[in-house]
Design a protein around this ligand. Structure first.
Ligand SMILES: [Zn+2]
Length: 221
């Protein structure tokens, strides 16, 4: 049905629609489907109606014409996945080079303390690889309720862990309430990032491999 808002009590959240066929239809703010602004007297509306217990007409869904049905979010942004940038690749190169130098130095000198010094850049690079990055956008849209929310320390660290499904605080609290056992694992999993860990594993594996081979060679000779 079509009509026009004839009365609207904004403080009480209800009003009446004068329908095109001459009926007066009650409507409450909760039946409004266009949420981008409050109703005003004179707004043209499209609505569906039902009758209440006293046989009075009551609108069930009211849409103000010309307004979007779903709320529009300004600066609506999806969550961009964390990416590896040029600096990260540079750090990986430093990390691998540093490990290679340590291995070479150890094989030459057989002095682990002396060779370990060359590993300092690797440690620095590893720490820098595990650093927290900041998302490009200041806000994100909650995966669950689609509400736009500013990034905070919780969502930034979730994003750094590679998550692109972020919840607003309200939905997060709700989620924790429904998944109490997840709370511990959620807050304790503050790893430095997959890439850094992988590189370190690769590096120590490489170094360990060399040392073992070296040791075996010595045993054989
Ligand atoms: Zn939410």
């Amino acid at each position: 049905m079509n009509g026009k808002i004839s009365q609207w009590k904004d403080d009480k959240g209800f009003g009446f629609i004068a329908s095109d066929d001459g009926q007066k239809v009650f409507f409450h703010i909760s039946s409004l489907t266009t949420k981008s602004r409050r109703p005003e007297v004179g707004d043209c509306v499209v609505f569906a109606s039902t009758t209440d217990a006293q046989n009075r007409l009551k609108a069930t869904s009211v849409a103000i014409e010309g307004l979007a049905k779903t709320p529009k979010y300004q600066n609506s942004t999806n969550v961009e996945p964390k990416t590896t940038n040029a600096f990260d690749y540079f750090l990986i190169v430093i990390l691998l080079l540093s490990i290679a130098v340590v291995v070479k130095s150890y094989l030459d000198s057989k002095n682990i303390e002396q060779s370990a010094i060359f590993g300092i850049p690797a440690v620095v690079a590893f720490i820098l690889l595990g650093r927290q990055k900041k998302p490009k956008n200041r806000s994100f849209n909650c995966t669950k309720c689609k509400k736009s929310e500013r990034y905070d320390s919780r969502t930034i660290s979730a994003w750094n862990r590679g998550s692109t499904r972020l919840y607003c605080n309200q939905c997060h609290v709700e989620w924790l309430r429904n998944n109490p056992r997840q709370q511990e694992t959620y807050s304790s999993s503050k790893s430095g990032g997959c890439l850094g860990t992988l590189t370190l594993m690769l590096g120590t594996g490489l170094f360990g491999g060399y040392t073992v081979i070296d040791w075996l060679v010595q045993m054989v000779i």
